[in-house]
Design a protein around this ligand. Structure first.
Ligand SMILES: NC(=O)C1=CN([C@@H]2O[C@H](COP(=O)(O)OP(=O)(O)OC[C@H]3O[C@@H](n4cnc5c(N)ncnc54)[C@H](OP(=O)(O)O)[C@@H]3O)[C@@H](O)[C@H]2O)C=CC1
Ligand SMILES: O=C(O)CCC(=O)C(=O)O
Ligand SMILES: [Mg+2]
Length: 429
């Protein structure tokens, strides 16, 4: 199966049958340690996962960790940034977890994170954002934020289809646009780089379906499509249209959309539309609405309680995840998952990056990877272990035992190292 890696001799594979994950008691789970602060964070996090699983199941369940390489560690050991064996491992074992990986700006390798998502077709980047009591926040009411971002993870300007200024390729693209499509709007054609933004109906529909399935399963109140469709009509605007269409077509008995509202308003007036929406809410239907991305970024500060599950495009989702994470106390406790809900493939990872200035200082908050692991345990159906980690982390924060990022904004904090924060959680399990 592997070119260079040796498969673990202990443990069994997670499988998927009829769309349902089959999880053995000793699943093999591949992990990437990550670059920069990745090793510090991983070493802290894995101890928490193992301790929680041991305690929750009295030793009946145990994860067989399988280290796979990517990023600087992979390059130093194998000469490759993302070895084929790593992709094979994630394909074979279905569920994995990773630390952050470095992507240089402006040149060099393209994002390994994006490559992993594309290669495994992990089309939904799921990032829940909630407030933990006691976490210092820059806003007055961080507790009003309780959102789950479903970020499209395979398309958009993020796909990396770009042509650099001054190359024969960019000249070809620009000549094509100007000569074949009569494009006159490229302001400086001789000195432009060009990026392409693919957004498809299929890609939008599978993302919105996943977000709606989640909203229904979790009894959430609304799903908001966040887009910049007034300006980018055939990509972001189409995302909105296709999102409403798939919601109405496939979830007719479970949703009420603002598109429906508008149709009722046009035919019967505002009162009738308001009544229809109120009746849908009373019946527990999910309200599917939309908002333009820039307005959304101000409304999450001014009216966060109005937003619940979010479905958005790749780049918007990237910005929104960091902005919302900051609102509830920072990127240090912002978890995430990259999931293909059809094949069952999933790679869990924090929202933050490698924070290189803190590398090897045993300093940063491991909370984002720990909570990404909680999402992974939930995905496996190991809810008891997941819940025990959340409770223990909440207790550590309550005790004001926190890493530098919280300590600098908290009065009376007991500032601890990355590894010591993990110790505090383990003690509280
Ligand atoms: N999925 C992935 O692997 C991702 C990778 N990246 C990559 O990471 C690299 C660095 O990116 P950069 O833009 O600096 O963003 P980072 O998220 O790595 O760091 C930005 C700032 O966020 C804070 N921060 C990050 N991680 C933690 C943590 N665990 N605990 C507490 N605070 C934290 C720090 O704030 P402060 O300075 O205030 O202490 C840090 O300086 C780039 O190469 C980028 O491409 C970026 C995002 C995701
Ligand atoms: O791949 C990267 O380097 C950055 C990705 C990122 O910021 C994200 O997915 O949130
Ligand atoms: Mg990001």
């Amino acid at each position: 199966m592997f070119e260079k890696y040796t498969a673990p001799t202990q443990g069994e594979k997670i499988a998927i049958e009829n769309g349902k994950l089959q999880v053995p008691n000793n699943p093999i789970i591949p992990f990437i340690e990550g670059d920069g602060t990745g090793p510090d964070i991983w070493n802290a996090s894995v101890r928490v996962f193992d301790a929680a699983v041991q305690k929750a199941y009295n030793g009946e369940k145990k994860i067989e960790w399988f280290e796979v390489l990517a990023g600087e560690k992979a390059f130093n050991q194998t000469g490759e940034w993302l070895p084929n064996d790593t992709l094979t491992a994630f394909r074979e074992y279905l569920v994995g977890i990773k630390g952050p990986l470095t992507t240089p700006v402006g040149g060099g390798i393209r994002s390994l994170n994006v490559a992993l998502r594309q290669e495994l077709d992990l089309f939904a980047c799921v990032r829940p954002v909630r407030y933990f009591n006691g976490v210092p926040s820059p806003v007055k009411h961080p507790e009003l934020v309780d959102m789950v971002i479903f970020r499209e993870n395979s398309e958009d300007i993020y796909a990396g289809i770009e042509y650099a200024e001054g190359t024969p390729e960019v000249k070809k693209v620009i000549d094509f646009l100007r000569n074949e499509l009569a494009v006159k709007k490229i302001r400086f054609p001789e000195t432009s780089g060009i990026g392409i933004k693919p957004v498809s109906k299929e890609g939008t529909e599978r993302l919105v379906r996943s977000a709606l399935d989640y909203a229904i399963a979790q009894n959430r109140k609304s799903l908001t499509l966040v887009h910049k469709g007034n300006i980018m009509k055939f990509t972001e605007g189409a995302f909105k249209t296709w999102g409403y269409e798939v919601a109405e077509r496939e979830y007719a008995d479970k949703v009420f959309t603002w598109a429906q509202y508008d149709r009722i308003k046009d035919a019967e007036g505002t009162d009738a539309a308001n009544k229809a929406q109120a009746a849908a809410e009373a019946a527990g239907k999910i309200i599917v609405k939309d908002v333009i991305a820039d307005a959304f970024l101000q409304q999450i500060l001014t009216r966060p309680a109005e937003y619940d599950v979010i479905a958005t495009l790749n780049l918007n989702g990237d910005y929104i995840s960091d902005a919302l994470a900051a609102q509830v106390g920072g990127i240090g406790i912002a978890p995430g998952a990259n999931i293909n809900y059809v094949t069952g493939h999933a790679v869990f990872e924090a929202t933050h990056g490698t924070a290189p200035k803190y590398a090897n200082l045993d300093k940063v908050n491991p909370g984002s990877v720990i909570l990404s692991g909680v999402m992974m345990l939930e995905f496996l159906g190991w809810q008891e272990a997941a819940d025990s980690i959340v409770a223990a982390l909440e207790k550590a924060i309550d005790q004001k035992t926190v890493t530098y990022d919280f300590a600098r904004l908290m009065e009376g904090a007991n500032e601890v190292k990355c590894s010591e924060f993990a110790d505090a959680i383990i003690k509280n399990l």
